[in-house]
Design a protein around this ligand. Structure first.
Ligand SMILES: CC(C)(COP(=O)(O)OP(=O)(O)OC[C@H]1O[C@@H](n2cnc3c(N)ncnc32)[C@H](O)[C@@H]1OP(=O)(O)O)[C@@H](O)C(=O)NCCC(=O)NCCS
Length: 150
């Protein structure tokens, strides 16, 4: 199942993001930030109650939010968890009244499966670049911006 994250999940989320962060696939986040942003996160839990993945919906601007920090345990990829995590975040965006969600990613083909379309990063409002300033890749970011109209 997919459920909202709880504070007891933060160590798992931290470890998983750190693992893929080292590979340069996403932005790892420090524990302090994860506790502060915990309400952004959902986690995937299997039938035995084990955590298998995570994703965050970050509210950015009028009518715009971001799906980010998407990660599934390497040994459990390909079982539909990534799809369910993205769908849960998009569903929350709709519930909150948002009309657009974007992702900055190295796996555009994955997001395209759910209707996301490639857009020029310059179409995204300046406010979203606040996060980028603290990113190790700034200013040479080669992530691809994908946008979904909900
Ligand atoms: C990207 C990621 C979250 C996908 O999770 P997953 O659980 O393996 O994905 P799913 O099993 O839900 O896949 C759903 C569909 O997308 C496809 N898919 C999965 N990864 C894909 C990729 N990298 N590129 C294209 N399609 C992909 C699957 O084949 C599946 O298609 P199907 O329904 O026809 O079988 C996972 O590979 C991951 O954690 N990667 C490392 C971290 C990362 O890159 N995160 C994204 C940061 S934006």
């Amino acid at each position: 199942m997919i459920r909202k994250a709880r504070q007891q999940d933060v160590r798992f989320i931290h470890g998983l993001l750190a693992r893929y962060g080292q590979e340069g696939l996403l932005l790892a986040r420090p524990l302090t930030e994860l506790y502060e942003l915990l309400r952004d996160f959902v986690v995937a839990e299997d039938d035995q109650g084990r955590l298998v993945g995570t994703c965050a919906l970050h509210l950015c601007w009028e009518d715009l939010c971001e799906v980010r920090s998407l990660a599934v345990l390497p040994e459990l990829k390909g079982q539909g968890w990534g799809q369910r995590l993205v769908e849960a975040c998009c569903s929350e965006a709709v519930t909150l009244g948002f009309g657009k969600v974007f992702a900055l990613t190295y796996v555009p083909e994955f997001f395209a499966r759910f209707g996301f379309e490639r857009v020029d990063k310059s179409r995204l409002p300046n406010k979203i670049w606040a996060d980028c300033l603290s990113c190790v890749k700034f200013p040479d970011c080669d992530e691809i911006a994908m946008l979904l109209e909900l």
